[in-house]
Write a protein that binds this ligand. Structure first.
Ligand code: PEP
Length: 250
């Protein structure tokens, strides 16, 4: 049985008090159901967030991770540091990291392998640009991104991997892929995984959709058979909107 997941990526938003307030609001508003809920506040506040969650069933995760254990990597954060404060899952490969910080497939594969070696779980993000979709190259681009990264890990790593298909043209733009476009890509990705790693792994990996998911479109997107939940940006900053999105994933 695949896990249903809704994860909120808070990006570079919220100071300490806003972080604590949003967590407190989520603790009141999130209705317990069979959905796994995750939130990714800024690095600075992860420890406070873990303490504030205080046993409530929301997992605090990180937005990024370094691919080295320790040393002279100014400004970076390691898996060991994250694990020491109770953070055991990280995003890797978000399109903003790829675009603004030049994170290429080779680096992302290193991050992925190292994180898993350290016992972290990974939400691995991928997705095509608008020009790729307009030129009908979206399947090829996605397949390449996957072939260069997650397809290079060993079979046993897959129990630590969650995938997030995030078409870049839909992130923060208010433009969402249609439920059919999401389903079509998720089905394609599952087929690619099945071809390389077999049906058991492809049937068990959760594939989230990300890109302008809001309370008014979440149910339709989540109703598709290969869409196991969402990675939510803007709408995750509002407790009421995020809670409604979580409830849509029943
Ligand atoms: C994201 O950044 O992962 C994302 C999906 O953002 P938004 O929901 O704002 O499009």
């Amino acid at each position: 049985m695949r896990k249903k997941i809704v994860a909120g990526n808070w990006k570079m938003n919220n100071n300490l008090s806003e972080t604590i307030n949003l967590i407190n609001d989520l603790k009141i508003q999130i209705y317990k159901n069979n959905v796994k809920v995750m939130i990714a506040p800024a690095f600075t506040f992860l420890h406070d967030a873990v303490k504030q969650i205080d046993g409530f069933d929301i997992e605090v995760i990180s937005q990024n991770i370094n691919n080295n254990s320790s040393g002279a990597y100014t400004g970076e954060v390691s898996a060991e540091m994250l694990k020491s404060i109770g953070v055991n899952t990280t995003l890797i490969g978000h399109s903003e990291r790829r675009a603004y910080y030049n994170e290429d497939d080779e680096l992302l594969l290193n991050k992925l392998k190292y994180s898993i070696e350290c016992g972290m779980n990974v939400i691995f993000c991928f997705g095509e640009e608008l020009s790729d979709r307009k030129s009908q190259n979206h399947f090829t681009v996605v397949k390449n991104q996957l072939d260069n990264t997650v397809m290079k890990v060993d079979k046993s790593s897959w129990k630590k991997i969650i995938l997030a298909y995030e078409p870049v043209w839909a992130i923060g733009t208010g433009e969402t892929a249609s439920a059919e476009q999401a389903q079509e890509m998720h089905e394609f990705v599952r087929k690619c995984i099945s071809e390389s790693f077999g049906e058991e792994i492809s049937n068990n990996v959760s594939i989230l959709y990300g890109g302008s998911v809001k309370p008014n479109n979440a149910s339709e997107i989540f109703s598709k058979k290969d869409v196991d939940g969402g990675l939510i940006g803007g709408a995750a900053l509002n407790a009421s909107d995020f809670s409604k999105i979580v409830e849509s994933n029943r």
